[in-house]
Design a protein around this ligand. Structure first.
Ligand code: GRF
Length: 202
């Protein structure tokens, strides 16, 4: 299966996928990363792709007259690589109608909180501020909401008294990277069905 991965930052989730595919072999893993896209230049996530010899593309919102035009351009750039599955791994933009029309149902996101708790761009900070004793990460299909699509898998991470946002986020990311690698591999190898809010991996 062909994966396109979208990033906006350090790309450690992307790196985990690249390393797993490298170690297991694309055949056995069931997928390969055919391209990496970003909404901005100069991020470590793109450098990781380049080091792995994976083609990259950037579609920055500021380069387009409207959000819709950006959304269509991003969809075009992704479609050019003919993905079976699109993975948002720290991609910090909300995609629109055009993108979802083309990739809905095969667009997966990883979020550093236990959805439906703490959706949005500050899930780690919000869980900490709320005083949650456990938080974690969620891998889900993207729908037209923000972090509201059908949940595929979750991992639990305890919150420690001495945690600040970055310490907690790092501990979440250790779980998140493993969860993403496992889930993407199973979706790619086994296939799946989405039945309302339930995801059935075959
Ligand atoms: C991940 O925790 C992701 O869930 C969140 O931002 C982080 C991205 O980390 N949206 P990286 O870019 O994969 O290192």
């Amino acid at each position: 299966k062909r994966l396109v991965v979208l990033v906006s930052g350090s790309g450690t989730n992307l790196q985990a996928l690249l390393d797993a595919i490298d170690a297991t072999g694309a055949e056995a893993y069931g997928a390969q990363v055919v391209a990496v896209g970003a909404d901005r230049d100069g991020i470590e996530g793109l450098a990781r792709a380049e080091r792995a010899g994976v083609p990259t593309f950037v579609r920055a919102v500021k380069d387009y007259a409207t959000r819709e035009e950006w959304d269509a351009a991003l969809a075009e750039a992704v479609a050019a690589h003919e993905p079976d599955l699109v993975v948002s791994a720290g991609f910090m933009k909300i995609v629109g109608k055009e993108f979802l029309a083309r990739f809905g149902g095969r667009f997966v996101n990883t979020h550093p909180a236990l959805l439906p708790s703490f959706p949005g761009a500050h899930g780690v900070r919000d869980a900490l501020a709320y005083g949650a004793r456990v938080t974690g990460c969620t891998v889900h299909f993207v729908d037209d909401g923000v972090d509201t699509g059908p949940i595929i898998a979750q991992g639990v991470v305890e919150v420690r008294d001495e945690d600040d946002e970055s310490a907690l986020h790092e501990r979440i990311k250790e779980v998140e990277r493993r969860l993403l690698v496992e889930v993407v591999g199973r979706l790619a190898r086994n296939g799946y069905r989405i039945e309302g809010r339930k995801v059935v991996i075959l």
